[in-house]
Write a protein that binds this ligand. Structure first.
Ligand SMILES: Nc1ncnc2c1ncn2[C@@H]1O[C@H](COP(=O)(O)OP(=O)(O)OP(=O)(O)O)[C@@H](O)[C@H]1O
Ligand SMILES: [Mg+2]
Length: 297
């Protein structure tokens, strides 16, 4: 592990986000994600996961607090710097967002064209990216001719093609079958091993259990659990009990029926989770968000 690996790539400092209609989506979020980490973001529907992602990619702005992404302090980011920020990220959404009248090759190439890459580089990198996701042979096909899992792999190739320092994925496995979900997280794990930081929102409990990456849990806009520093230290998988404890708290999510929480085990599991290095934070009192609370670096 190099010293570079330990530098925070993303940092949230006292971040509050309320939407214009008054919905408080995030409350006093404090978090560091280091270079090279793989972080699952979990929590019930409406908890604030997508808001968290939208703040990282600067699609939404916080009402208070500071967000730092790589070299950028987002409160100071000028409009013309947004594309530069986004170039450091590969973004993957649940609904793939491929361009229907472009082939697989063109969809991936498009991400390079918009940043002004040469034809030669485009050809080389697009096939490299398609090869990683196992879709070289589908280069000439259109998105409608592919399965959901294949379409999502194209989206992943597109996210990868500009060699971003991080992949940000909001429920990338939400529209694909369980086998393909595993393949996608496997791929993301491989990409992560090559040094790319991965942040992935998911509802799939089994995936989180099986892959043993860091898990950040958001509930009512607050981070209520984070096993930072545990799963990633020695590269070993976190014990199953860790995630089981996490998911006792998300029984109400749409797909939670598939993982019934055994009655009476929650406390034991929470205790085990704490023993395992799981940090459980107390909910913070609600504070009114205001711009002048923004902290300096
Ligand atoms: N554009 C918006 N305007 C107003 N309220 C919003 C907006 N987007 C999200 N919200 C609200 O903010 C809260 C957090 O929403 P968010 O989309 O971050 O949840 P989520 O954890 O991603 O949920 P899901 O698992 O269903 O995708 C919810 O109460 C939601 O209704
Ligand atoms: Mg969401």
């Amino acid at each position: 592990m190099t010293s570079d690996t330990a530098a925070p790539l993303i940092e949230f400092r006292g971040v509050y986000k309320a939407y214009d209609n008054g919905t408080k989506a995030l409350t006093d979020v404090n978090l560091k994600i280091n270079k090279g980490e793989f972080v699952f973001v979990v929590g019930a529907s409406g908890a604030g996961k997508s808001t968290f992602i939208k703040l990282i990619i600067h699609e939404e702005k916080p009402n208070a607090g500071e967000i730092i992404v790589g070299d950028y302090k987002l409160s100071r980011l000028r409009r013309r710097q947004v594309p530069k920020l986004r170039r450091t990220m590969g973004i993957v959404f649940q609904d793939f967002r491929l361009i229907r009248n472009m082939t697989v090759f063109e969809n991936v190439a498009f991400a390079m064209r918009v940043v002004g890459a040469s034809k030669k580089d485009i050809r080389k990198r697009v096939f490299y990216a398609l090869n990683i996701v196992g879709l070289n042979e589908k280069a000439r096909n259109y998105p409608d001719e592919l399965s959901g899992g294949e379409q999502q792999r194209v989206a992943l190739a597109r996210a990868l093609v500009n060699n971003p320092s991080m992949i940000i994925a909001d429920e990338p496995t939400g529209n694909v079958d369980p086998t393909m979900s595993y393949e996608i997280v496997d791929l993301l794990t491989e990409i992560n091993k090559r040094g790319t930081t991965v942040i992935m929102v998911t509802h799939e409990h089994q995936l989180v259990r099986d892959f043993g990456h860091r898990v950040v849990m958001i509930e009512n806009g607050m981070i209520v659990a984070d096993n930072a520093g545990f799963a990633r230290e020695d590269g070993e998988k976190a014990p199953i009990t860790l995630e089981t404890a996490v998911f006792d708290d998300v029984k109400n999510t749409a797909d939670a029926e598939s993982v019934p929480a055994p009655a009476g085990q929650a406390d034991d599991e929470a205790a085990l989770a704490i023993d395992s290095g799981f940090v459980l934070t107390e909910p913070q009192p609600t504070k009114e968000a205001s711009d002048d609370e923004t902290e300096e670096l």
